[in-house]
Design a protein around this ligand. Structure first.
Ligand code: FE2
Ligand code: FE2
Length: 377
């Protein structure tokens, strides 16, 4: 069987992955949208086979039942959050995430302490807002998995994840609204990715898009923020969410391993292309175009410099520290003449391939254990 070669243009809508004009042509045209409707194109599948034939998934289900927590009562919501003080303290340790010397000839070159602080605050609101919208994506995707996956053990596990994701939506929404003064709208690249995941009729694509790609990135990003923030409420919130997320990524890895091991090259090629598309969308969103608009700047003028900012690049690459080893474990990297490996080389993230994958690692993230640092080898 011949494998069809699709061009970048066919997969991601542009030939050059760094074509700034094309990246920024994707914008959120209705920032006041409240309801967003996507056709999910799926069959609901019953299974009359109730045998526990997948012990690894059953174990995960048992873990999930005892790992539940209550977003209302388990977090110290009475913590006073002084956002200026928090961001100032965090920036003192980490910097702003950008290299200030990289923006000659732009308004950023003239920024003083006040502007850098405002940038830090807006970046945090933006980042946590995208986490929030991504969590709702996970809520919808796992509800879909309950319906579409043909395996009994997987349906049971996925049902617990629906509750987990509801809790994550709850705590991020509460934090943004009660501590940070409100949310940003969803970034257009993230929305496009969530739309694509939900619209795909194949049940394993929901897993790949959400459990492996979106949640893999989230686990790395939450870990980084948990490690580096001095704000105690946010730190604890992220720790609780991570204890769930590590299970979620494990669910993806364990399920897809079984499916992919039996797939043809042509079927695997579709999955590799989808993983690449998802990676590009997630990278594109980190240009933070909405934050630049907040500062009255034209994203078109700033984005080419942001894409090449060496400080930001390190952070962006780190976000792939879970995705790449998990793709490797699933056999996605090297099938079809290492197709996805070459794409990850283009994106500058292949160096994570031998980091720990999340198939078993979730046990280390349980509450009560010392928090592992997900961004260390
Ligand atoms: Fe989540
Ligand atoms: Fe999750």
């Amino acid at each position: 069987m011949t494998i069809i070669e699709h061009s970048n243009k066919e997969i991601i809508g542009r030939d050059d992955i760094n074509d700034v004009e094309a990246i920024l042509a994707i914008t959120n045209t209705d920032v006041n949208e409240i309801e967003h409707v996507v056709k999910n194109n799926c069959d609901s599948v019953f299974s009359w086979d109730y045998s526990k034939s997948r012990p690894a998934l059953h174990k995960l289900y048992e873990k999930a039942k005892t790992g539940q927590w209550n977003g209302t009562t388990d977090l110290p919501w009475n913590t006073e959050v002084d956002i200026e003080a928090t961001v100032t303290a965090d920036q003192a340790v980490l910097g702003s995430g950008l290299d200030p010397n990289h923006y000659d000839g732009t308004p950023i070159a003239k920024w003083g302490d006040k502007e850098w602080l405002e940038f830090g605050i807006e970046s945090r609101r933006w980042m946590l807002s995208q986490f929030l919208h991504g969590e709702q994506g996970a809520l919808i995707c796992t509800a879909k998995i309950v319906e579409t996956v043909p395996w009994y053990d997987a349906k049971m596990y996925a049902a617990t994840q629906v509750v987990d994701e509801a809790r994550h939506v709850e705590v991020f929404a509460e934090y943004l609204h009660s501590k940070l003064g409100g949310q940003y709208q969803i970034n257009a690249h993230l929305r496009m990715l969530l739309d694509d995941i939900v619209a795909d009729s194949r049940w394993d694509m929901t897993y790949l898009g959400m459990q492996i790609m979106v949640e893999g990135l989230a686990l790395a990003a939450f870990g980084f923020m948990h490690q580096t923030t001095s704000e105690p409420l946010l730190k604890q919130l992220l720790r609780y969410v991570m204890s769930d997320e590590a299970r979620h990524v494990a669910f993806g890895v364990l399920s897809l391993k079984e499916v992919y091991d039996g797939m043809t090259d042509a079927e695997m090629k579709d999955r590799q292309e989808f993983a690449f598309e998802a990676s590009v969308r997630m990278r594109d969103r980190f240009i933070q175009q909405e934050v630049w608009e907040h500062f009255g700047m034209k994203p078109k003028e700033i984005a080419p410099m942001v894409l090449k900012d060496p400080t930001r690049m390190v952070f962006q690459q780190m976000l792939f520290s879970k995705i790449v080893p998990n793709c490797k474990k699933l056999g996605l990297l090297d099938r079809n003449d290492s197709w996805l490996r070459h794409r990850f080389e283009d994106l500058g993230v292949i160096q994570f391939e031998d980091w720990e994958n999340t198939g078993e690692e979730y046990l280390k993230f349980e509450l009560g254990e010392e928090t592992p640092n997900p961004i260390q080898h």
